[in-house]
Write a new protein. Structure first.
Length: 296
């Protein structure tokens, strides 16, 4: 095996980890793949003879690439996008396949990714690399052009935002299914009180319809308002809509389809036995790009 083959083998051994880092940094599966590919190109052009820890070196490179992509994304954004959900990772109820297991390690739920979208690029990098992947601050500091102490402060600010806005979901999938099942049944039956019973008083519903005119509000807060929105969505959906149980980022969710085409993805965050967040992706263009072949 020549040197290039050894380098490629070493890179492939870290690909899953690098994709997981990039996904948490970018919230986009396609951009995460682009960042990983860019890391490979930089590796293939570099003199790695002095690299003692290839995994650490590659993680740093992916961090730099993602930081540049986030900053570029921020610079291009001329006006608020409203609700923009990260790409969901969808798998069958029996669990994600081997390729997605590393991607979803540490239960990176959609609600957490939504909060990460609100962070400044440097804050997001410091939090993701340190809190989710245990990268030391002295390795993070050069990436964000800060001192280690300043990098620590970036992560601390991000951590406070995350703790205040991203609830820790219940780990029991059976209990999650019971709560979500009760919610769906109440929505189908038009049972307002039944919906209120399974919704946290401070529940938030976020809906990403893409650029098309939305059939309802993009963000709703509070149990009564979310229950009304759920009933409206159920009425507007009409006949011919088929709901497929799924895992969305490792938590209980639903993929709806009509005439064989995806109509919406619903991700539920259940904490302390109640639904605290519902995230709906209903952008036809983004839905058409999702890989749903793993679903029954």
């Amino acid at each position: 095996m020549n040197e290039n083959d050894l380098l490629a083998e070493g890179f492939e051994a870290h690909r899953g980890h690098l994709r997981a880092v990039a996904y948490r940094m970018l919230g986009s599966l396609s951009e995460a793949d682009d960042a990983v590919q860019e890391a490979w190109l930089r590796l293939s052009r570099s003199d790695t003879g002095a690299v003692e820890n290839l995994g650490g070196w590659l993680t740093t490179v992916v961090g730099r690439v993602c930081l540049d992509m986030l900053r570029s994304r921020t610079a291009r954004r001329e006006e608020p996008l409203g609700v923009h959900l990260p790409d969901p990772v969808i798998s069958r109820v029996s669990g994600p396949g081997p390729e997605d297991q590393a991607l979803l390690a540490d239960s990176v739920g959609l609600a957490l990714l939504v909060v990460l979208e609100t962070l400044a690029p440097a804050e997001r990098l410091a939090f993701v690399l340190h809190d989710l992947f245990a990268v030391p601050f002295d390795e993070i500091a050069p990436i964000v052009d800060r001192t280690p102490a300043a990098a620590r402060q970036l992560a601390s600010r991000a951590r406070r935002r995350v703790r205040g806005a991203a609830p820790v979901p219940d780990a029991d999938l059976v209990r999650q299914r019971e709560v979500v099942g009760a919610f769906l049944a109440a929505a189908r039956e038009g049972d307002f009180e039944g919906l209120i019973a399974v919704l946290d008083p401070d529940v938030v519903l976020r809906a990403d319809y893409g650029p098309a005119p939305a059939p309802g509000a993009r963000e709703v807060r509070g149990a009564a308002a979310v229950a009304e929105q759920a009933l409206t969505f159920s009425r507007l959906s009409g006949p011919g809509l088929h709901a497929h149980p799924a895992l969305v980022n490792g938590a209980v969710g639903v993929v709806s389809s009509r005439e064989g085409r995806p109509y919406s993805v619903l991700a539920f965050t259940v904490a302390d036995g109640r639904i605290v967040a519902i995230d709906i992706l209903a952008d036809p263009e983004r839905l058409s790009g999702l890989d749903l072949t793993d679903l029954d």
